[in-house]
Ligand binder design. Structure first.
Ligand code: ADP
Ligand code: MG
Length: 317
């Protein structure tokens, strides 16, 4: 069973139809004006044992924060659950805490609780983060309407290029390697733009192509243009080294760990959104639109359909 089947079969019934759980189909839950999200990092799954220990705490804060930002909300507090391997040195623990402090201070997020245990297994760090929506509630998934434009913040593909470069010992791709370890999430200010202009949103954690599908309802589909997907300069260089350009782009856009926001915007809001993004120096790119059922897919520059939009990355249990 994959993680999505497990959630649907075993966990959704346990919500008892609690309204703010959104049927476990959104990035966050919503209760009394606060949104909540939770993410876990496991050694050798989400980070490598040899990664600088100071980066783990930073990554943990940032992967949670990307869920808060994409919902049009500001972070309010965090809760940390730490399962510390008995064989790790105390200097590692100090390093982990330093990284955690750096990130929490950078974004002004207090730590208000948690749990600490020892384990004979790998290092596992988990964080629950609370945030306050800038509007009356979070901007949800599956709310985009036919005709809405689809935007993505920042760049896509850095995590995969960085991960491969770290593992092969490639001396290039410094920005991407850094992004794999300390994800370059959008500015907090993007939350304001999403709250003001987006009809639907989520963050890109499981692959751009699969995650984009979660922007619309079942009576519609997304149409994406491969050539419009924004890539960092280093990723453009990585792409140049691949003979099959389109296949390489598909690989990047299905890999995940981008932690950017994707969101839908009604035509009438686009001009104001672009103006606000420009004045706040936030990179956003229009990569497609929501269309009627049957008209969607991923298209190349010749308007030829390449891929009937694959599914997201998922953990097999
Ligand atoms: P994301 O990709 O944003 O991290 P996930 O795909 O991990 O979100 O989770 C999808 C939904 O399922 C979310 O609402 C999340 O809170 C919920 N969920 C995931 N794992 C569990 C669990 N073990 N117990 C309860 N709810 C869960
Ligand atoms: Mg998410």
């Amino acid at each position: 069973m994959n993680e999505f089947d497990v959630i649907a079969k075993f966990f959704v019934p346990l919500t008892n139809n609690y309204k703010g759980a959104y049927g476990l189909k959104d990035d966050v839950a919503f209760i009394d004006g606060i949104i909540l999200t939770s993410d876990t990092l496991v050694e050798e799954t989400h980070f490598r044992t040899q990664d600088d220990i100071k980066t783990i705490g930073q990554k943990l804060v940032r992967v949670n924060l990307s869920d808060i930002i994409c919902k049009g909300a500001m972070p309010e507090f965090s809760i940390l659950n730490l399962s510390w391997p008995s064989q790790r040195r105390e200097s590692d623990l100090i390093g982990f805490c330093e990284g955690l402090k750096t990130a929490l201070n950078e974004f002004g997020i207090p730590l208000i609780g948690g749990d600490t245990t020892k384990t004979n297994g790998p290092l596992i760090v988990s964080m629950t983060m609370g945030g306050r929506p800038l509007k009356s509630g979070p901007i949800l998934r599956h709310k985009g309407k036919i005709g809405d434009a689809i935007f993505v913040s920042g760049d896509i593909g850095c995590a995969k290029v960085g991960f491969d470069a770290l593992n092969t010992g490639n001396g290039d791709f410094d920005f991407c390697k850094h992004h794999f370890q300390i994800p370059q999430i959008p500015k907090l200010k993007l939350a304001e733009l999403i709250a003001d202009f987006a009809s639907s949103s989520l963050d890109v954690s499981d692959g751009l192509l699969g995650d984009c599908k979660k922007l619309c309802q079942e009576d519609s589909e997304i149409k994406l243009n491969l050539e419009r997907i924004p890539f960092h300069r280093e990723v453009e260089n990585w792409l140049k080294a691949h003979e099959n350009h389109e296949k390489a782009i598909l690989e990047l856009a299905s890999w995940g760990d981008d932690y950017q926001s994707i969101f839908c915007v009604e035509e009438s809001n686009i001009a104001s959104l672009l103006k606000a993004a420009k004045s706040n120096e936030i990179k956003i790119t229009r990569i497609g639109e929501i269309v009627s059922k049957g008209a969607g897919g991923l298209f190349n520059r010749d308007n030829i359909i390449l891929d009937p939009l694959r599914s997201s990355y998922s953990h097999e249990l």
